[in-house]
Design a protein around this ligand. Structure first.
Ligand SMILES: [Zn+2]
Length: 341
């Protein structure tokens, strides 16, 4: 497999060491990928900054201007969302990094890839930067893919523990983008109820799976089998994008879910298998959250193994010490809402 990664040192220049979403996250990922001898097996892709035209397919000019201004003085965009002097450039390069990976994939230069970018993106709405996110990298990349002739449907899978409200907002009325999210609920940012299934023409193109705390490997696997497989087969995507957040791990400091690194690896394997079955293996992962640094790094490593076509799973932390609640009634509810069987 020709598996690529996107990285640029500017991603470290959006930084505040006392904030959980800081530059150390990417540094740890790179260190572990190197230590595990995986980095040298990947094709490095140099990102480019996203163009304003590409960015404005998702965001308003006012939001773009607001981010640029805030960064000049290192102002917060909301209580959770800091900027530093190079944040605007880093954010342009983060969105451009995912676009770059998608471009390389669609032109056949690579088979799949992981955009190791910061700041993250999935909370950024068309009009608002929030939740550690400045621009919505995955949404911008989905629009860039759709702007090409041979791509008509994009499936976005988001296994970050938080609901990707920004991605949902960008595509809730769009028939050509399916957004699937598992998230702790109720929790930040508050959206992602199972009743949110898309609006107007986009009705049926959102799969929100709001989970109670402590759901883990078994629950997530059941969701993939009983909900995601039938819905992605119905949708028939040309490309799968993954908002890869590793904060649903049992040891993450910001949330209370029970996935292990093994559970995460199986999710990645399954998404790769979906891409292999439905769209010639076309899949790009992009980094979102994950605040326990070893989990983050090994989570990325295992996702790369999945893209390389290997069954290897590295799980130094082991399974969750806590039992997980059943998700059967939630799944039954969702099957009904999405007209499955
Ligand atoms: Zn998150």
């Amino acid at each position: 497999m020709n598996t690529a990664y996107v990285y640029d040192p500017i991603y470290l220049e959006h930084d505040r060491p006392s904030h959980p979403e800081n530059a150390q996250r990417l540094e740890r990922i790179l260190r572990v990928l190197e230590m595990e001898n995986v980095l040298s097996r990947l094709t490095p892709l140099e990102p480019r900054p996203v163009t304003l035209e590409e960015l404005e397919r998702v965001h308003t000019p006012a939001l773009i201007e607001q981010v640029r201004h805030a960064a000049q003085s290192g102002r917060h965009l909301d209580p959770d969302t800091y900027t530093s002097p190079r944040s605007y450039e880093a954010a342009l390069m983060a969105a451009g990094g995912v676009v770059r990976a998608v471009e390389a994939l669609l032109s056949g230069d690579i088979d799949n890839g992981f955009a190791l970018v910061r700041p993250p993106g999935h909370h950024a709405t068309p009009t608002r930067a929030m939740g550690f996110c400045l621009f919505n990298n995955v949404a911008v990349a989905a629009r860039a893919a759709l702007a090409r002739d041979h791509v008509t449907r994009v499936f976005i899978a988001d296994f970050d523990v938080h609901h990707g409200n920004g991605t949902q907002d960008a595509f809730s009325t769009d028939t050509n983008v399916f957004y699937f999210s598992t998230h702790q609920y109720p929790y930040y940012p508050g959206s992602g109820h199972w009743r949110e299934t898309g609006d107007a023409d986009g009705a049926g193109t959102l799969l929100n799976v709001p989970l109670p705390p402590r759901v883990g490997n078994a629950g997530y696997a059941q969701i993939m089998t009983e909900l995601v497989w039938p819905l992605i087969e119905r949708f028939q995507p040309d490309l799968i994008l993954v908002s890869a957040g590793y904060d649903a791990h049992w040891s993450d400091p910001l949330a209370q879910m029970n996935l292990s690194l093994t559970g995460y690896a199986r999710l990645a394997q399954e998404l790769v298998q979906m891409a292999n079955t439905l769209c010639n293996g076309r899949i790009v992962f992009t980094l979102e959250g994950g605040y326990q640094l070893d989990v983050l790094a090994y989570g990325v490593l295992n996702s790369l193994f999945a893209m390389l076509g290997e069954e290897t799973i590295t799980d130094p932390l082991g399974p969750s010490p806590q039992p997980e609640p059943p998700v059967d009634s939630l799944i039954a509810q969702l099957k009904q809402v999405h007209h499955l069987n």
